[in-house]
Design a protein around this ligand. Structure first.
Ligand code: A2P
Length: 283
């Protein structure tokens, strides 16, 4: 039976726990420290943060206080939008390590393909940013590198200058919000898909089809959404600051959805909001 310590293999052979603890929309401070403590006590060994979340300090503090060896936790953070570019990336990476209080990362992601400040030249800026990522990787400061919110044309453009193909693409991905083109493209390139907001930031709970599957399986809607994510080969990053939910979201390994149930969930559309189109945002 799988568990919170089961892993996928990234394209470079690094193993990554198949569920991560998401920390988006968690404020820096005791709530986040407490939530990460609870997650670690529950058995999560993969924590996902970002410079833009402004909670790296709390995440790092909780990991240190847990007493776990650094190598027992898979830690991800992300380059924030204002720090794109070669030297800015190197500088931002150092700041993130310092804020987290660690000497290396397990995964570093470009958070957004084309921030508004670089929208007119994102192709060349991403090439420079990625060159810095490759250097950090080759220097052993980060065990794997990837991207977030990239669509196929962003990945395709990056691959024209990249020496190393991203190992991960983290996108908003939940029942009713599956960007099939990005999913198919990433899979074809052997890029592991991570699912942020795997509960649709809470929207999954109101979906009748998910409620009926949950009732049939005697499970919660959250568990059905997370189980679906895992059976699709995604890597869900559920977020919660509520201890009972942190535990509930980890209790997803002792049941299977049938192919029919998977198909039913695959067929959901437009019920959980759609991921933003990076080419159209104003940030
Ligand atoms: P909270 O943090 O107050 O517990 P997502 O991971 O898709 O971004 O969803 C996060 C949202 O879903 C948060 O509002 C979180 O609330 C809520 N949530 C997380 N797990 C559960 C759960 N098992 N049951 C109900 N709500 C949950």
């Amino acid at each position: 039976m799988q568990s919170l310590t089961s892993t996928y293999h990234l394209s470079n052979g690094v193993t990554i726990p198949i569920v991560g603890f998401g920390t988006w929309q968690m404020e820096d401070g005791p709530t986040t420290v407490h939530a990460v403590h609870t997650a670690i006590e529950t058995g999560y060994r993969h924590i996902d943060t970002a410079a833009a979340y402004q909670n790296e300090g709390s995440v790092g503090k909780a990991i240190r206080e847990s007493g776990l060896a650094r190598s027992d936790v898979f830690l991800t953070t992300k380059l924030q939008n204002r720090d794109h570019g070669y030297q800015a990336t190197h500088d931002a990476f150092k700041r993130s390590l310092q804020a987290l209080g660690v000497s290396y990362l397990d995964l570093y992601l470009i958070h957004w393909p084309n921030p508004i400040a670089f929208r007119d030249r994102w192709q060349t800026v991403n090439a420079e940013t990625w060159r810095a990522f490759e250097e950090l990787y080759e220097a052993g400061l980060v065990r794997s590198i990837g991207v977030s919110n990239f669509r196929p044309h962003h990945l395709e453009t990056l691959s024209q200058s990249a020496r190393i193909i991203p190992m991960v693409n983290q996108i908003r991905l939940c029942p009713g919000d599956v960007d099939l083109k990005t999913v198919d493209y990433s899979r074809a390139q052997n890029i592991q898909l991570e699912a942020y907001s795997p509960l649709g930031t809470g929207l999954v709970f109101d979906v009748p089809d998910l409620q009926s599957v949950a009732q049939k399986k005697n499970r919660t809607v959250a568990q059905i959404a997370l189980r679906w994510s895992l059976q699709k080969g995604f890597l869900p990053l559920p977020k919660s600051t509520t201890p009972a939910r942190i535990v509930e979201n980890a209790d997803v390994f002792d049941f299977d959805l049938t192919q029919e149930e998977i198909n039913q969930i695959d067929n959901l559309t437009d019920c959980c909001d759609q991921a933003l189109d990076p080419d159209k945002t104003n940030f």
